[in-house]
Design a protein around this ligand. Structure first.
Ligand code: HEM
Length: 360
């Protein structure tokens, strides 16, 4: 895919495919993401009409509605509240790695999936014993299943009502009580926001953890340097660049607009290829190798512009904790079976079977 994208950047930087325009060059991807007036995020008409969770979704709003909701979230989802989670993140990562039954394990099933979902539940103040439900709903959401999306919305709206009446110290209580210009968000808005944070906050991070640990297995030189020189942060950042969880994000052209010499007509869906931008030599010279020492590493993996990801630092804390827990437990790691990916547009890794050699 990466080779195909390099070819596309060169020969067909704006490609029409199935009614959508696919945009591959870093400069164009950045333009699409930066200009929310020209490239709308309102994709609700592409969703099932009954799905409430889809309708109030922050990622599908444009300013000024988006600005108002983002101000509500920014009051609650603060850097201090994220840093405050670090001890819990470390503790859950240690517990999950400590409870591996043997030296053979599926990294996704045993660590990369449960860690972020437990962390996000704790942060939001949702019961961790409902995780199986959240998982079913998330799968339903990613398949556009309106029934599952509505079930999740109803549940979260109920919890939001309770938290508004008797707020605690968790994120959902803070969302339920935050105000912009003297007005709080509606219960439906809080349920949608929470649903989005729950969904956006786990599968993406699962993929980042899996990508980082996978690299340790396939690149022994990096493995040695990460272990001996404590380069876990660089490992995670480079994994984020090379394998962004969202390969692309979609916008709708609000009017006719020209990108790399090609006119995109008003109303056309535009897929902005983050994966391609991260591998564009204009953004990162010599983009292909996975380099811990990449000078001035640049990526669009968390997006760009008004929808810039809310949870980047949280995802990085989690991935770092997961990698550290794994390398503390195992002296060496090998991949046992081919890695399984989710289909596009996400590149989430859904199965990564490993064989570890425990420390003596
Ligand atoms: C937005 C990627 C982790 C919450 C985004 C966007 C990207 C992204 C590309 C922009 C989407 C767009 O422009 O349409 C990632 C990646 C992650 C990650 C690669 C992990 C490696 C998280 C976490 C959370 C989170 C942990 C929350 C706990 C959000 C939210 C938005 C968002 C709420 C919407 C912001 C808005 O529309 O204003 N993320 N994300 N993400 N992300 Fe993340």
């Amino acid at each position: 895919l990466v080779r195909w994208l390099a070819d596309a950047r060169h020969h067909t930087p704006v490609l029409e495919l199935g009614g959508s325009r696919h945009v591959f060059r870093a400069e164009d991807v950045r333009t699409v993401l930066a200009d929310s007036a020209l490239f709308s995020s309102d994709r609700t008409r592409m969703m099932p009409p009954t799905a409430q969770l889809g309708r109030g979704n922050l990622t599908m709003m444009d300013p000024p509605d988006h600005t108002r909701m983002r101000r509500i979230v920014n009051q609650a989802f603060t850097p201090a509240s994220v840093s405050g989670l670090v001890p819990a993140i470390d503790e859950i990562a240690e517990e999950l790695v400590g409870s591996l039954a043997g030296d053979r394990f599926d990294l996704v099933h045993d660590l990369a999936y449960p860690l972020p979902i437990r962390v996000i539940c704790r942060y939001l103040g949702l019961p961790e014993d409902q995780i199986d439900h959240f998982r079913t709903w998330s799968i339903g959401f990613s398949r556009g299943d309106a029934g599952q999306m509505d079930a999740m919305h109803r549940y979260l709206a109920e919890v939001a009502r309770l938290k508004r009446a008797r707020p605690g110290r968790d994120l959902m209580s803070r969302l339920a009580t935050a105000e912009v210009d003297g007005a709080p968000a509606t219960i439906d808005e809080i349920a949608s926001l929470t649903g989005l944070i729950l969904l956006a906050g786990h599968v993406t991070t699962t993929s980042l953890i899996a990508a980082a640990v996978h690299q340790l297995c396939v690149q022994p030189v990096a493995d040695a340097r990460v272990r001996e020189h404590d380069r876990v942060d660089d490992l995670v950042l480079e994994a984020l660049r090379v394998r962004p969880a969202f390969a692309q994000v979609t916008r709708i052209a609000a009017e006719d607009v020209t990108l790399s010499g090609t006119t995109v007509p008003a109303g056309a869906p535009v897929s902005a290829w983050i994966l391609s931008a991260n591998h564009d030599p204009e953004l990162n010279p010599d983009p292909e190798p996975f380099l811990l020492d990449r000078p001035a590493r640049r990526h669009l993996s968390f997006g760009h512009g008004v929808h810039y990801c809310l949870g980047g630092p949280l995802a990085q804390f989690e991935a770092t904790a997961a990698v550290r827990a794994v390398i503390r437990r195992f002296a060496r790691l090998a991949v046992l079976a081919p890695v399984e990916f989710h289909p596009l547009p996400t590149l989430a890794i859904r199965r990564l079977e490993l064989q570890g050699r425990s420390r003596a």
